[in-house]
Design a protein around this ligand. Structure first.
Ligand SMILES: CC(C)(COP(=O)(O)OP(=O)(O)OC[C@H]1O[C@@H](n2cnc3c(N)ncnc32)[C@H](O)[C@@H]1OP(=O)(O)O)[C@@H](O)C(=O)NCCC(=O)NCCS
Length: 183
């Protein structure tokens, strides 16, 4: 698969040379899980999950590396997964592992490219995202893309020693097609 190009960032498939950087981020709770549960992984199982993800729609593995177009090299990664055993929607997730790259619009642009890609290559109707109610950057990221806040799952996520409420966001194919895009 070729890269997905935006104005400032691109998404490209992972290659083995990315694994050490991505694995280090993946295993750093301060990077990936300030508002999420965290489980230590092994490099072998990380690589296995990445390499088997293309045949597994429910895989939670990273699917694309995010990199700046003007400075190639990973700044983060994004993924998508079939989120429910019966309902047919896909959730997206996103991490900028390079914390110096945060707050510059790269995360939102990367998720926009991912949603474009999913609507272009699958028949999925609804794309969703969930985040801890306290994860302001994550909720603002998807709200800025036009995702609607559909509800709150109370006490749905345990991390940092207590249960947290989770916001549910979603956007439909027609909403995505009709949304106002940045000039
Ligand atoms: C969530 C994440 C990917 C956002 O990436 P980013 O590139 O920094 O986000 P963007 O620059 O595209 O900004 C998206 C929105 O978040 C806001 N934002 C970014 N950082 C913020 C911060 N520290 N505090 C408050 N708002 C913030 C931006 O202002 C923007 O909203 P606005 O346009 O309405 O003002 C990044 O913070 C991250 O990797 N967090 C850790 C992993 C994580 O929580 N992932 C999501 C799991 S659900």
């Amino acid at each position: 698969m070729s890269a997905l190009e935006g104005p400032s960032v691109r998404l490209r498939p992972l290659v083995p040379g990315d694994y050490p950087t991505l694995f280090a981020w993946y295993n750093d709770p301060e990077v990936v899980a300030p508002y999420d549960r965290f489980a230590v992984d092994t490099l072998d199982s990380f690589v296995h999950s990445v390499e088997t993800a293309p045949g597994n729609p429910a895989s939670l593995a990273p699917r694309f590396v995010v990199e700046r177009r003007d400075a190639p090299g990973p700044i983060g990664f994004v993924g998508h997964y079939l989120a429910h055993p019966v309902l047919e929607y896909v959730d997206v997730w996103y991490v900028l592992g390079d914390r110096g790259a945060r707050g510059r619009g790269y995360g939102r642009e990367a998720v926009g490219l991912l949603v474009d890609h999913l609507y272009a290559t699958t028949s999925v109707e609804r794309i969703g995202a969930t985040c801890d109610v306290e994860n302001v950057p994550s909720s603002r990221l998807v709200e800025g893309l036009g995702f609607r806040r559909e509800g709150t799952l109370r006490g749905a996520l345990f991390h940092h020693g207590r249960w947290h409420d989770v916001l549910v966001y979603g956007i439909t194919r027609s909403e995505w097609k009709g949304r106002a895009r940045p000039a």
